[in-house]
Design a protein around this ligand. Structure first.
Ligand SMILES: Nc1ncnc2c1ncn2[C@@H]1O[C@H](COP(=O)(O)OP(=O)(O)OP(=O)(O)O)[C@@H](O)[C@H]1O
Ligand SMILES: [Mg+2]
Length: 307
């Protein structure tokens, strides 16, 4: 089956109208490809879209998503620029997490999910039949609200993803030491933990745990990092440090961050997308969106009048 998009924007009612990305009970192009080694989303865009892929890491066209009969995303068309930090804001339940999870097809884990439309990551349609989910999720890493390090050492947390994706004995001790130091340096955690790499990660502070959760994505060489309210469990000092660290990921990575914290959205993002009831209301430079919103709904939300 081709991975081209269904342009249907209403809930399909017949077998013919059923969208191509029906995820339950059979996931289109998914588990069968888990073990494939070909990487579909490492920058090798389809030829027609190579120029676009250069500027935009993620492009969606008319993406709609249903949980059962409930439509959570409605005709979402957005372009997310490469190498910047894009914020996703909007009231609770508007679909921020759902949209974020659609970029690496994590929504499919939730069962009974139907997606229509097209999602391109680094120029590649992520619903194409040759897409390997494990490669997609290496290229598009994700961190969640609560840091979730594994109850193993700091060192082994950083190496976990790489070990899962590599054959035994493929990584020498020296290489793995380098991966660990490099990843922890990138998230500004190295100095704090270099003398206790064997310590259980769950004993770190929440701020350090969240940095570690980002660090453990890095040996897999992601191009896009998705963050779902990564600071919501942290205190003010932790928030400041994690925001500073996220700022340093600019250029090398494309970061998409969901936040409920408007001050954080203003401080920490370059562009912002405002969502409401599953739709994109406005997408603009962050300063533009906050100083001169083009839509009444955006203005009301950022002024704190609802949500
Ligand atoms: N697994 C699921 N099954 C059924 N409905 C879901 C599921 N996940 C989310 N929803 C519904 O989809 C809508 C969008 O949810 P989503 O979590 O994406 O919103 P959100 O903007 O991230 O909200 P919040 O700010 O509270 O995190 C909500 O109405 C939610 O109840
Ligand atoms: Mg959410």
């Amino acid at each position: 089956m081709s991975g081209s998009a269904s342009k249907s924007t209403t809930k399909p009612t017949s077998a013919e109208a059923k969208p191509v990305h029906s995820v339950a009970p059979v996931v289109h192009g998914a588990p069968a490809h888990e073990g494939k080694s070909a990487s579909p989303v490492t920058g090798k865009a389809d030829s027609m879209t190579q120029a676009d892929a250069h500027n935009h890491s993620i492009r969606t066209e008319n993406v709609s998503l249903w949980y059962g009969n409930f439509q959570a995303l409605k005709n979402v068309t957005i372009n997310i620029r490469q190498g910047i930090i894009t914020g996703l804001i909007g009231p609770s339940g508007c679909g921020k997490t759902t949209l974020l999870r659609s970029f690496n097809r994590i929504n499919e884990r939730y069962g009974n999910v139907t997606t229509t439309g097209e999602i391109r990551v680094l120029g590649k349609n992520i619903y194409d039949d040759d897409v390997s989910l494990s490669e997609l999720r290496k290229s598009v890493g994700m961190v969640f609200q609560r840091p979730n390090p594994l109850p193993i050492s700091v060192y082994e947390n950083v190496m976990f993803g790489l070990r899962v994706h590599s054959r035994r004995r493929e990584i020498s001790r020296q290489q793995s030491d380098e991966h660990v130091e490099h990843a922890l340096q990138e998230v500004k955690l190295w100095d704090a933990v270099k003398d206790r790499l064997k310590k259980k990660a769950t004993l770190l502070t929440l701020e350090q745990q969240q940095k570690l959760c980002i660090a453990r994505l890095l040996p897999l060489k992601p191009r896009v990092i998705l963050m779902d309210e990564p600071c919501s469990a942290l205190d003010a000092e932790g928030i400041e440090k994690v925001e500073e660290m996220i700022g340093n990921l600019r250029e090398k990575y494309t970061v998409v961050i969901v936040t409920h914290n408007m001050a954080q959205a203003r401080r920490a993002t370059d562009e912002c997308i405002y969502m409401l009831l599953g739709e994109i209301v406005e997408h603009a430079d962050t300063s533009q969106l906050f100083l001169n919103p083009q839509k009444k709904e955006t203005e009301m939300y950022i002024e704190g009048r609802y949500g």
